[in-house]
Design a protein around this ligand. Structure first.
Ligand SMILES: *Cc1c(COP(=O)(O)O)cnc(C)c1O
Length: 425
């Protein structure tokens, strides 16, 4: 076993340390395989039910009228997530665009948007107008309210109740912690929050930012009362094959609003040529449950390796998972950089590149990013990044196959080890 890793410059000691941890993880990995079974069969059943055929892979040009592949794919998504309808398009450029589309199409001037789970994902600050920005919801007269989580990471029901008023039209709930240190929410927790919101104001639209959460549990937020779920195809549901795109699944009316906003009033879902993208969308969706399982195993492996070495990890080595993100806090610049360089060195693409901290626009400190991906910016592929400042936390996610994530983590550990940044006994 060690011989194949020797070729990658891994010391026996590092290898043994990793293998010993892996042995203990067998029961956890069995659980994840069971989860992959459930979600894989869910996807296959939806494809069979909707008669996905060879013709569905072909795609259209021009206006894209009567695009059977596109229409069928949207039915497949709706069935997997148990929603009335879905919008799954290459014309949705990324996750932020999908979220902006869902918000802007379902909110009108005078309405209020509420986030009961604290600050939303960074890029949404400009969509909402928390940071002033051209074309924000704020500019269009949509106000925003936020209720922060309680100290222990739970929902502040008392203040959520106070924040819901006659203007509250839409509630946005982010499932994954993203690049924060709060815990990610389980679907069950999200369901409880939605039930609470609806008990106060039944007609409010509950939207869930589902990025990084798809297929990490047996059920999705749409099974727990969400009116809309939104995500990116270069994360979980694209299975690593979708080269771009986003989705919105939900109530018929919500999806109709989104479609009229994406294309044009009157046209809605009827247009939007799929060109040659559909095969990747279908095949990626088919692979997604096992790809997500690999990413989950990788995250759990990383948590166990780095916790054992004394670093803070979120989630910790034994916690349940509700997304694919693993945070490791190194508390030291050199360790953080070594970790990222190790991940990069294990990549199939750009393995010869050495990531260094740089002043990325929009951040108040240098940022380091490791990614050697087939799809640019894809974070369902193995990737790691973080702001180079206290507490020197790295956010690690993805991995299309477990052997690759395993190599990435072992290589990261090797890099720390050979620079005398960790001791392995
Ligand atoms: C990635 C992500 C987004 C934004 O998606 P992009 O594709 O990067 O625009 C929004 N919310 C969460 C929780 C995310 O993880």
């Amino acid at each position: 076993m060690n011989n194949i890793y020797k070729d990658f410059g891994i010391d026996d000691k590092v290898c043994e340390f990793a293998e010993n941890i892996l042995k203990e993880l067998k029961p956890r990995f069995d659980e994840i395989d069971r989860l992959a079974d459930i979600n894989q069969l869910k996807v296959i059943a939806a494809m069979q039910k909707n008669n996905v055929s060879e013709a569905c892979m072909l795609g259209t040009t021009g206006y894209g009228y009567n695009d059977i592949g596109r229409e069928t794919l949207e039915k497949v998504y709706a069935d997997i997530f148990h929603t009335e309808d879905a919008l799954v398009r290459a014309q949705i450029t990324c996750g932020t665009h999908a979220l902006a589309l869902a918000l802007m199409s379902n909110l009108r001037p005078g309405d209020e948007l509420l986030s009961p789970v604290g600050k939303p994902y960074d890029t949404l600050e400009e969509v909402i107008g928390i940071r002033d920005s051209i074309g924000s919801l704020k500019e269009y007269g949509v106000s925003y309210r936020q209720v922060d989580l309680l100290e222990d990471g739970t929902f502040d029901y008392e203040n959520i109740k106070k924040a819901i008023n006659e203007k509250t039209k839409l509630v946005t709930i982010q499932r994954s912690k993203g690049y924060q240190t709060r815990p990610s929410f389980s679907v069950k927790q999200i369901g409880e929050l939605i039930a609470f919101v609806k008990s106060i104001k039944p007609e409010v639209i509950c939207m869930v930012d589902n990025c990084y959460g798809e297929f990490t549990e047996e059920i999705e937020p749409s099974d727990a009362g969400a009116d809309m779920i939104v995500g990116s195809l270069i994360k979980n549901p694209g299975g690593g094959l979708a080269p771009l795109g986003g989705y919105i699944c939900g109530k018929k009316e919500c999806i109709e609003n989104a479609a009229y906003r994406l294309t044009s009033p009157g046209l809605g879902k009827e247009v939007g040529a799929s060109l040659t993208i559909l095969r990747d969308f279908y095949q990626g969706l088919f692979l997604a449950p096992t790809v997500v399982a690999s990413a989950l195993k990788g995250a759990i492996f990383a948590a166990n390796v780095y916790e054992k070495l004394g670093f803070d990890v979120i989630p910790n080595s034994t916690e349940d998972r509700h997304d694919i993100i693993q945070a490791v806090t190194f508390g030291d610049k050199d360790k953080m950089i070594a970790f990222c360089q190790g991940i990069q060195a294990a990549s199939p693409v750009d393995s010869f590149v050495k990531p260094e901290p740089w002043a990325m626009p929009g951040y108040d400190s240098d940022v380091i990013m490791a990614a050697g991906a087939f799809i640019s910016g894809s974070s369902i592929e193995l990737s790691a990044d973080g702001p180079v400042k206290e507490p020197y936390s790295v956010y690690f996610q993805g991995g299309l196959t477990f052997p690759h994530v395993k190599l990435g983590i072992i290589k990261s550990l090797q890099t720390l080890y050979e620079r005398n940044l960790v001791k392995i006994d």
